[in-house]
Structures are given as structure tokens and as C-alpha cells.
Design a protein around this ligand. Structure first.
Ligand SMILES: *Cc1c(COP(=O)(O)O)cnc(C)c1O
Length: 403
């Protein structure tokens, strides 16, 4: 079967696709229809957080699948209630609104922020976000996504949005005091914007400014959440208390699931009829979400995660020391790694193809940044394999242009 030409014929081409058709996933590997294996350092864009066909995920699929798949929000939904309770117990006092995707979590956040500022009569409006942020592609979420190539061809809803430079607390203070946004929304590590982590000092300072000025602090953990940066949520490393936490991607262990955790100021603002969705929370996705938490919260897993993150970063640092011209910096946190290459987009794309040829799947963002989003189940031997193949590819690159 020529999947590639059928795909071009019948599916709208909103993504550049890698030319392999997947037949099976097992552990940290994907297998194509020819049986070739690929170490998956991409995990469907940070979704398959426990790799593929994880025993806990399979068990939850079977048990919930045999019970019921969908019931709607008109009935009590035990897997979702359990998941919400567990998320709240490990984050901030509040309540959860579940969605099917990240963009829908951002949409819910926009409506909640608006309802809060109007009902409190704060006189504040809109949202301050980072330059190069990514918060989703539906129209409301797109308004908060500040990457021109993503939004420029589409209508812009009218609510105010302010763009800020990462790490500039003075600018944030001026925006919060003078422009009076209702909320500040930030990714603790800018994802598609280039894998740029915000410092703990900046996050702490931002939380302080939000408190002083009566601005809500909303954290987009859609990509950074569910253990990806080494803690359940990345903001927890900066010791701040947000008013709103957005999550999705890894939360359903491979099935669509997202949501917002609304802190005590916001938790009771939505009344019946204010917001909703037919599908979310899918009981099946919620059951998988519980399976993900079972694994992440297991102390043995936590130890594994810390160990393999340290091993990965040590290996990458060694590589950077060996190839200072090609690898001028490393960015990210935990299992979210950006490797900016000082070569052309064409050379970067060729490197990605060569890695693919040798059975390693990586992502590229912002044209020349190799992005790794490995499964949290990554093993030392997977790291060794990646570093060995990646090293041989780095050796082939032209010695870098000057930065
Ligand atoms: C992926 C992502 C989104 C959008 O999620 P979708 O499920 O693709 O709608 C929003 N914010 C961040 C930080 C993301 O990485």
C-alpha cells in the first residue's frame, strides 16, 4: 500500500510528514509497516508519556473499555472524578474542568479569566503572554499564540493581548501596572517557540508582580506537565502558586485529554450552561490519566526519572564539549530538550532524515532546533543509542557558522 500518496490525496496537508507508516508501538520503539524499528524520542509531540503499550495503560484500556466508553456530562463520571481529585491534591486548591485537547484548555482559560475580571469588576482585561508563545490554534487560543507564521492568515478576536520578553521582570511589572491585563499566561518552558525555559527567578518574580497588581497567574503546562520536566508540573520547581494551570498532551497517556485546574478564585465561576463539551472528559481517557498518575507517583518511577534525566543531560553536555562549533548551546529541562544547530534549515532537516534512516525519531522546531521529547520510560541504553548515532551525524555537519 502506498500510504504516502494516499495521504497526499485524501488528508489535508497541515503537517509536513515523515515518510514512514507506523504499524506498531512497543516500549520506547515504534515499528513501521516494513518492520523497521525507531527509537521514539518524539512521542507524538509529548503525548505518549509512558512510551507505547505500557502494561498499566493496556490494563486501564481493557478495564475501562469493558465497562463504558462514553456517558456525557449528564452523569457522574467516576474515573474523571478520581483523576480530578488526584490532580488537585498534588497542585493547588481548586477544581478541574476537563477538555479533549490543549487548545480547548486555553479556550476554557480565556473564558474563565474573562468571567473573573467582569464578575469581580477589576477593570482589567485581556492576557499578557510571551513573545513566541504557543497556546493552541483555535481562534481564541491562536490570539494568545504569538508566532506570526502561525496566526497571520487568520482572524484575530478583539480581546487585548500583550507580548512580553522572557526574563524581563521590569517589562512585566510595567505591563501589569499600566496595561492592566486580567491575567499573565506563560509556558514554564516555551515549547514550539524553541524550547526556552523560564528561570525560577523570573517565574517567582512574575508571581510576585501578579499578586501585587491583582493579575491572575496562569501557567500553560500542556507540554511541560505530567512529569516531563522532572516534577509533576514544571511550575512546582519555581515554588510559585498559580491561579490557573493548563494541561493536556501527556495527561491521557496517548488518548485525548486536557483541562484547566482552576484555583480557588476561579473554581466556582462557571455555572451550568456557561461552558461545556460533549466528549470531555472521556471516561476512557480519564482512566488512562489515572494509569499515568499511578506510574508517575510511584517512588521507584520517580527515582528512575531523575536518574535517566541526569544521564541524558550528562551525555548531551559531553557531546556539546566535543563539538562546540556545531552545538553552541543546549536548552530545556528534564525530558524536554532543544539542541540548536548552527547550520542551515536544510542541513537540520537532512540530519533529521539521516537519524530516521538509522532508526531514531526526533522533532525539529524553529527550523534549526532539534527537539527531543522522549518517553519518561526512556532507558540508559536508549540514551546511549541516541548519542552514538547523533554523534556520527554531528560529525558530518559543516563546522558551524559563527553565532
Ligand atoms: C501543544 C500545545 C498546545 C495546544 O495543544 P493542542 O492539543 O495541540 O490543541 C498549547 N500549549 C502548549 C504549550 C502546547 O505545547
Amino acid at each position: 500500500m502506498d500510504w504516502r500518496s494516499l495521504d497526499e490525496h485524501y488528508i489535508v496537508s497541515t503537517y509536513k510528514r515523515l515518510p514512514i507508516a507506523i504499524a506498531k508501538g512497543e516500549g520506547n520503539y515504534l515499528y513501521d509497516t516494513d518492520g523497521k524499528g525507531y527509537l521514539d524520542l518524539f512521542t507524538g509531540l509529548a503525548v505518549n508519556i509512558l512510551g507505547h503499550s505500557h502494561p498499566r495503560i493496556l490494563r486501564a484500556l481493557r478495564e475501562q473499555g469493558e465497562s463504558f466508553l462514553h456517558i456525557s456530562n449528564v452523569f457522574l463520571n467516576p474515573p474523571a472524578i478520581k483523576l480530578a481529585q488526584r490532580l488537585i491534591e498534588r497542585t493547588i486548591p481548586g477544581k478541574v474542568f476537563f477538555t479533549n485537547s490543549g487548545a480547548e484548555a486555553t479556550e476554557a482559560a480565556i473564558k474563565l479569566i474573562h468571567k473573573w475580571t467582569v464578575s469581580e469588576g477589576t477593570g482589567r482585561a485581556g492576557v499578557a503572554v510571551m513573545k513566541n508563545s504557543f497556546h493552541g490554534r483555535t481562534l481564541g487560543a491562536l490570539r494568545l499564540t504569538r508566532q506570526p507564521h502561525v496566526y497571520q492568515d487568520f482572524p484575530q478576536p478583539a480581546f487585548p493581548v500583550y507580548e512580553m520578553d522572557a526574563e524581563d521582570l521590569e517589562q512585566l511589572r510595567v505591563v501589569c501596572r499600566e496595561q492592566k491585563p486580567a491575567a499573565v499566561l506563560m509556558e514554564p518552558v516555551l515549547g514550539s517557540g524553541g524550547v526556552v525555559p523560564l528561570s525560577e527567578a523570573y517565574l517567582k518574580g512574575a508571581a510576585e508582580i501578579c499578586r501585587e497588581t491583582g493579575t491572575l497567574l496562569a501557567i500553560d503546562e500542556i507540554q511541560t506537565g505530567m512529569g516531563r520536566t522532572g516534577t509533576l508540573f514544571a511550575y512546582q520547581q519555581a515554588d510559585v502558586i498559580p491561579d490557573l494551570i493548563l494541561f493536556a498532551k501527556g495527561a491521557g497517556g496517548g488518548l485525548p485529554l486536557g483541562g484547566v485546574i482552576a484555583g480557588s478564585k476561579l473554581q466556582d465561576l462557571f455555572k451550568p450552561g456557561d461552558h461545556g463539551t460533549t466528549f470531555a472528559p472521556s471516561p476512557l481517557s480519564a482512566a488512562l490519566g489515572n494509569a499515568v498518575l499511578d506510574e508517575l507517583l510511584d517512588p521507584a518511577f520517580d527515582e528512575h526519572l531523575r536518574e535517566v534525566i541526569a544521564y541524558l543531560w550528562n551525555g548531551l553536555e559531553e557531546l556539546r564539549t566535543r563539538f562546540p562549533q556545531q552545538l553552541q548551546s543546549l536548552r530545556g529541562k528534564g525530558m524536554m530538550v532543544g539542541i540548536p544547530l548552527s547550520v542551515s534549515p536544510e542541513d537540520t532537516s537532512r540530519l533529521q532524515q539521516n537519524l530516521l534512516g538509522q532508526g531514531i525519531l526526533v522533532d525539529v522546531t524553529q527550523k534549526t532546533i532539534v527537539r527531543l521529547l522522549p518517553p519518561l520510560t526512556l532507558k540508559r541504553e536508549d540514551v546511549d543509542r541516541f548519542l552514538q548515532v547523533f554523534t556520527s551525524e554531528i560529525e558530518k555537519l559543516p563546522a558551524g557558522r559563527e553565532a
